[in-house]
Ligand binder design. Structure first.
Ligand code: FES
Length: 496
């Protein structure tokens, strides 16, 4: 009998991105039934799948490292032996049930064998008997669930629990003792949340099936009726077994309420000739809810402020990354003045609608000019985390302002992901020349603009001409998203 598994599980088992499987489905090389893949067909498409596959071993190593790092950080987050023990115990119960079933089956087969051996009759009965013996001695792997995949799936079930979210149908994995909120955000989902530490109740969801465990005692208390309905706080709960959850996910066009966060500079790195990479850490118990591609207002203690695109994705825990330009060779003279590690910066936001659309599976074309890379980077990180998209093409034009200051990062994406291509471009001049550089490259690579979701970010004066050229070359207006460069202006202000 055919057995089906979800795309995300299939991708993990054979060690490829989900987008790669989608591409093969679209090309007719793999077929699906109600959105799931036939295991036999999957193995035929990936015959090299083996237990010794390094991706599984690397996953175990990473899992152990993370667990150890957590244990070192905080005793209460020590290695989650309870969850692991429960998963192993459940598998043990399954194994015992399967053994009983096999015992019953063997006994039955023995009886059938004897009955068939005792059958009297002519050629037809003889033919039936010989067919029956052949079937019994045949290669079991041809008819059952392939052994290698079963081994891998069992292994995966100990390491991670699969979560399906209703009503969207999105799914993700929870590894180790990660909570349902963190794991969902890491997978690129736009789950609703607030404090992320159990005080606000905004991440409330409902358990439909499966087993969960509380990871911390929340300050926010669910009342009796809510508990009876199976409600839980995603930020205080982990999955013990595969679970189905009801949870609120933000729509791309839904506004997120503006927040005000006091942060400190955690990392300050000079990147290329004229750009600072700044990483902010919110105060304990605070977290900015935002979507990839959005921007915020930053304000220093000295009253200097400006709008900046966030260059990180909510999937990267509590990190807020910004790219802040400075005059070549003088990082201390940036738009926000001299910045030092540990400085306080007020973050107000999020703002803007430059976010991934509802249909996150369309091939993505990302066009960044100079520092326009910041929001583009955030969108790419979310698309990679979501793992729904078939392909991402990035064209990054350096017109001489700050260089391709994260060129290595783009190259590492291209090396690691078969769905990602990176095309660095160089050349400055007037707006028309910069537009030509993009359009010539797209023409040279024969990019089919009509089928793509296109995101472009760069200086305001570039965008109308670029839009016109893209539409003329076949891009569809409803799939074209533009974002002006937001790298602050030298504003002196204490109010927004
Ligand atoms: S996000 Fe505030 S309680 Fe979970």
């Amino acid at each position: 009998m055919a057995r089906y598994i979800t795309l995300s599980k299939a991708a993990r088992l054979v060690g490829v991105k989900r987008g790669t499987l989608q591409k093969r489905i679209r090309a007719g090389e793999l077929s699906t039934f109600e959105g799931e893949l036939d295991v036999e067909e999957l193995l035929r498409a990936y015959p090299g799948t083996q237990m010794e596959d390094n991706t599984m071993i690397e996953r175990v190593e990473r899992f152990m490292e993370e667990a150890f790092a957590k244990a070192m950080r905080h005793e209460s987050e020590a290695l989650d032996v309870h969850t692991l023990a429960r998963r192993v115990s459940l598998l043990g119960q399954e194994l015992a049930a399967a053994k009983t079933e096999i015992h019953r089956y063997n006994h039955l087969m023995e009886q059938i064998k004897q009955a068939v051996a005792g059958l009297q009759g002519g050629a037809e009965v003889a033919a039936f008997r010989s067919w029956f013996v052949q079937v019994l001695e045949g290669d079991e792997d041809q008819h059952g669930y392939p052994r290698e995949l079963l081994d891998k799936e069992t292994f995966l079930r100990i390491l991670a629990a699969h979560v399906r979210v209703l009503p969207s149908g999105h799914d993700y994995f929870v590894e180790g003792a990660a909570d349902l909120l963190d794991a969902g955000l890491s997978a690129g989902l736009s789950l609703r949340y607030g404090c992320a530490d159990g005080s606000c109740g905004r991440c409330r969801g409902r358990l439909v099936s499966g087993e969960v465990r509380q990871t911390r005692t929340p300050v926010y208390e669910l009342n009796e009726a809510q508990q009876e309905r199976g409600e839980l706080l995603l930020c205080c709960t982990t999955a013990v077994t595969d679970v189905v959850l009801e949870a609120v996910e933000r729509r791309p066009d839904e506004d997120i309420q503006e927040q005000r966060l006091d942060t400190r500079i955690r990392r300050l790195q000079n990147c290329g000739p004229a750009m600072n990479l700044v990483e902010l850490r919110p105060q304990p118990g605070q977290r900015l809810e935002f979507r990839s591609g959005q921007y915020v207002w930053l304000e220093t203690g000295a009253g200097r402020g400006g709008e900046f695109s966030l260059a990180s994705c909510p999937c990267d825990a509590s990190k807020l990354e910004l790219h802040i330009p400075h005059p070549a060779g003088n990082p201390a003279a940036g738009i926000l003045g001299e910045l030092n590690k540990g400085d306080s910066i007020m973050v107000i936001g999020p703002r803007g609608g430059f976010v991934l659309g509802q249909d996150a599976s369309r091939p993505l074309l990302m066009l960044a000019c100079d520092g326009g890379f910041a929001p583009i980077k955030a969108l790419i990180e979310q698309a990679i985390a979501l793992d729904l998209v078939e392909s991402i093409e990035l064209y990054w034009l350096d017109s001489g302002e700050a260089g391709q200051y994260l060129d290595n990062l783009c190259r590492s994406w291209a090396d690691a992901l078969d769905i990602f291509e990176y095309h660095p471009l160089r050349g400055g001049g007037e707006v028309a020349q910069r537009v030509d550089l993009f359009m010539d490259a797209l023409g040279r690579d024969a990019v089919d603009l009509a089928g793509m979701e296109i995101y472009a970010a760069g200086r305001q004066e570039l965008l109308p001409a670029l839009r016109e050229a893209l539409l003329e070359a076949g891009a569809e207006a409803k799939h074209l998203h533009l974002e002006p460069l937001r790298q602050g202006e030298p504003v002196v202000s204490s109010s927004v």
